[in-house]
Structure formats: C-alpha cells, structure tokens
Design a binder for this molecule. Structure first.
Ligand SMILES: O=C(O)CCC(=O)C(=O)O
Ligand SMILES: [Fe+2]
Length: 246
C-alpha cells in the first residue's frame, strides 16, 4: 500500500534536528523475536503487574487539562512497569538492532550518524485502555480553529521503536492475546482510501519511526485481553560524536 502525509501544524520545530524525509511516508516494520521469547517476557510483566508493581502511565497533560483524544476523561489509561524485568533486555537488543533501518525516514545516512539511547519504557494495557493521539517529541494544543498544533518539548527524541509482546486477535481471549489496540498513524494516510495507517500488533513484531509530529500516533482502545509493549527512544548523533561511548 502507498501512503501520503497529512502535513501537521508544527509551531516550534526543533532547530537543527533531523527532518522527516517527505519522500518516505512509511514506518519501518519487521518481526524480530520468536513468540516463545515474547511469551517469557510477557509472563514476567504479568507477574510484576499482578504483584502490584505497575503504576499509572504519566500523561503529558496537567491535571484538569483535556484533549480531543480523551476517553472517559483521560488521555491515556495504560500502566508502566520497570524496564529491567527478567528477559526484557532481549526486546531492547532487538530494537537496537533495527533502529538503523529507520534512518532513511529521517533522511539520515548510517555512514554518518548513529542512534544513542535516550530512555526506555514498558507499558501494560488492559481492557478499555488506550493512548490518545500524540507525537513522542511534542506537546500539542488546539488553536482557535480547533486545529492541533505541535511544539517540540523533547528535542533529543529523534527515533522511537515499539516492540509488542502479545498478539492482537479477533476476540483477544488467549492468555497472550488482546482485541482492538491497533497502533494508528493519523498523519500517514492510504493514498487510495484516505484511511490512516493502522499496524495490527503481533508478539515479536516491532516498528521504528521518527518521533516528530509527522508520525503522530495513537493506541486505539483495547477491547479485551492484555496488550504489552516495550519502547525505546534514541537521539541520532554524528558518528564522530559517539566515538568512545560504544
Ligand atoms: O504501545 C504502543 O503501541 C505505543 C506506545 C507509544 O506510542 C508511546 O508510549 O509513546
Ligand atoms: Fe508514542
């Protein structure tokens, strides 16, 4: 399928930061890990969650602030877990292995630039949970015409990778399954139908894409089951600057 961008309104862009390559309206997707590997990691996450070791995901909005993406008065309703649970390092390693593949989406050349890890996240979504439309490097507000305007607030976030540990199915009834919960890119629309790109999550699949508002995205509500993701953000720096830091 071929996609095109809907241009976002960006109020404050990132001076000197990488710009999206408008000739590549796409995200990088691959299957990187075996289902059994993901099952072990997902078990560790479920166990930690069951033991009360998860906490409400922070939202970028101040209390009382609302957005058009709220459901039941909330912008996001997922929960976070610590990222050093047993086995999760293989998910982060897989993300690192694939980060370079998304460089062309930012017009970057792997001969000159390298990804440098900024931060990690592990998220748990149960039935009814969602994450509203957002860009990973920006805050957003509605202007007087009701248009969404983006402002970069995390200028070091250039790339993001998301790896799924559980699988979307029609009813989400299995232990490692969920229903709903597509990752939808609202500014990347199918040229033929105008519909936004929606990635159906599968255990072991990952996506890597730029953190800018051109790749704004949301997690549609999970209807049943458990949706678990592992996320890493990278800054992209010149190769010379990274010398000696591995
Ligand atoms: O859970 C996902 O699929 C995406 C998570 C995400 O977009 C984020 O944490 O910024
Ligand atoms: Fe995101």
């Amino acid at each position: 399928m071929a996609y095109r961008f809907l241009e976002p309104k960006i109020e404050t862009d990132q001076p000197g930061g990488p710009r999206p390559n408008l000739a590549q309206p796409d995200v990088y997707t691959t299957v990187a890990l075996a289902p059994d590997t993901c099952r072990q990691m997902a078990r560790a996450v479920l166990q930690a969650h069951g033991a009360g070791q998860s906490w409400e995901s922070p939202t970028r909005y101040a209390p009382g602030h609302s957005s058009p993406w709220d459901i039941n008065g909330r912008f996001r309703s997922s929960r976070n877990l610590k990222t050093d649970l047993p086995g999760l390092d293989s998910a982060f390693d897989a993300l690192d292995r694939h980060a370079l593949q998304a460089f062309p989406l930012l017009g970057l050349d792997v001969r000159h630039s390298v990804p440098r890890r900024i931060s990690d996240q592990c998220i748990f979504y149960g039935a009814g949970d969602h994450l509203g439309d957002h860009a990973d490097d920006s805050d957003s507000f509605q202007d007087d015409h009701g248009r969404t305007v983006w402002t970069v607030i995390k200028p070091q976030r250039h790339l993001v990778g998301v790896l799924w540990l559980t699988t979307q199915t029609a009813d989400g009834a299995g232990e490692m399954e969920f229903a709903g919960g597509e990752l939808r890119f609202n500014s990347l629309v199918d040229e033929a139908t105008g519909q936004p790109m929606a990635v159906p999550p599968t255990a072991g699949k990952l996506v890597v894409f730029p953190a800018t508002a051109w790749f704004r995205h949301e997690v549609l509500p999970v209807r049943a089951g458990t949706r678990i993701t592992v996320t890493r953000w990278w800054e992209v720096v010149p190769r010379e600057a990274s010398a000696g830091t591995g």
